[in-house]
Design a protein around this ligand. Sequence first.
Ligand code: RB5
Length: 147
Amino acid sequence: MKIAIACDHGAFEYKNEIKQMLVEMGNEVEDFGCHNTDAVDFPDMVVPAVTSVVENRNEKAIVLCGTGIGVSISANKVNGVRCALVSDCFSAKATREHNNSNVLALGQRVIGIELAKEIVRVWVGTEFSNDERHMRRINKIMAIEEN
Ligand code: RB5
């Protein structure tokens, strides 16, 4: 799978660890930065990363910051993005099955690295349900962008 990844200075370490894990799993990872712990503004990395998903250059994106909140808010401003901020494996599975989320947000200051990596494995490995009721709700979410 082709996966975009992006972070700010508050999640530089997790970004690198998760990127390495994804590559070891056989994924192709496009790294949109940041590339060190110097302070940056997360929208500068997040918007190009999630835009690559909307434009079908990557299948999914994973965005990280200290809390995961700033990156998830930013990602969800981009048309076509369904970003889920997740801190547990149940939600990681549910948001793929029910919401067909195409972007995952994580907070380095909120969860441990092993949980973060397990969430990523679950999220990347779970397919959308394709259930009619889930499709209907997603279509209503996406229709919000038309207004
Ligand atoms: C950076 O200090 C911090 O604000 C950022 O990583 C994130 O938590 C914002 O939502």
